[in-house]
Design a protein around this ligand. Structure first.
Ligand code: ADP
Length: 297
């Protein structure tokens, strides 16, 4: 299976250009789409699930334009929208059973087995008989994940999936996705949370103001920041000055003042030590330095 996004543009009726000439190839595995709010992620997701048409350009699924093959696309799709809501008085298991039926699972016995397996995976088995609209916010989110994953979809699209999840729930969710990614499925994960990307995604794209500014493996993004991240010790006074001068990523109070990590093109004076970047450093480096430098601003 393969998705090819070609020269994709989206201009909303009010003139907002949300996507600018995107070209992306997506193969089985987890593909992370990272970008700040307003970057165009949801617009792209809505086009990919055929809820919205592009202004121009195409999305090909195994060579076929998805706009002309909506039913085919939807039959293999599991989708968690950013604002997943449901209005139902169904019990949790009934809601998921309904989702499974919609996803094409016809055999009732098999479906019920799958419903409980899925409820167990997302940690909702204990509340299976509770009305879905009585679940807590985090539980509703997990039910949203379950309805996207049930019925063995070959294409899974999740928009800001970890919003509202606790740290341990986030880890559980990542593990579920990693497990699924072994099975020749395409998983597209859109997020503004850098930490969602690093450990799960084989490939990623960084979207900014409707444009792809990086695409490749997360390690390659990290590689771009190598040689630009420093750790240094600052007194209180120096720290105040440094705040104006540098992109400070992390600060830890120490006896003599502060230990900080900064992302910069020019080495800071004094006791700065070059350190190995992580994906958060790389994200800041890319968004704050590289793009600005490339655009000469
Ligand atoms: P993200 O999901 O990355 O936050 P969106 O795709 O929601 O980004 O938005 C991208 C841009 O398109 C933003 O500038 C946003 O204001 C604009 N936008 C989104 N939806 C609409 C709409 N229905 N009408 C007009 N502009 C919109």
């Amino acid at each position: 299976m393969k998705i090819e996004i070609r020269n994709l543009n989206k201009v909303y009726p009010n003139g907002n250009q949300a996507l600018k000439n995107l070209n992306i190839d997506i193969e089985p595995g987890i593909f992370g789409l990272l970008g700040p709010n307003g970057a165009g992620k949801s617009s792209l997701m809505r086009i990919l699930v055929t809820l919205m048409k592009p202004t121009s350009g195409v999305v090909l699924l195994d060579g076929k334009d998805i706009q002309n093959h909506r039913r085919e696309l939807r039959s293999i799709l599991g989708y968690l929208p950013q604002d997943f809501r449901f209005f139902t008085s169904l019990k949790t298991w009934e809601f998921l059973d309904y989702s499974a039926a919609l996803a094409g699972m016809k055999n009732r016995k098999e479906r019920l087995r799958e419903v409980d397996r899925m409820l167990d995976q997302v940690g909702l088995l204990e509340v299976r008989d509770r009305k879905a609209n009585r679940l807590s916010g985090g539980m509703k989110r997990r039910l949203g994940i379950a309805q996207a994953l049930i019925g063995n979809p070959k294409l899974i699209i999740v928009d800001e999936p970890t919003t509202g999840l606790d740290p341990d729930e986030r880890i559980r969710f990542r593990n579920i996705l990693s497990g699924l990614s072994q099975n020749d499925v395409i998983i597209i994960l859109s997020t503004h949370i850098v930490g969602d990307i690093s450990s799960t995604c084989q490939k990623m794209a960084l979207l900014n103001k409707g444009e792809i500014v990086f695409s490749g493996r997360p390690e390659a993004l990290v590689g771009e920041a190598r040689g630009h991240v420093y750790r240094l010790h600052l007194t209180e006074y120096e720290f105040e000055k440094a705040k104006e001068e540098y992109n400070i990523i992390s600060t830890i109070p120490v006896e003599t003042g502060w230990e900080v990590q900064v992302v910069t093109d020019t080495p800071p004076d004094g006791n700065a030590v070059l350190i190995e970047p992580n994906i958060e450093h790389a994200y800041v480096y890319y968004m704050e330095h590289k793009i600005h430098a490339d655009l000469n601003i």
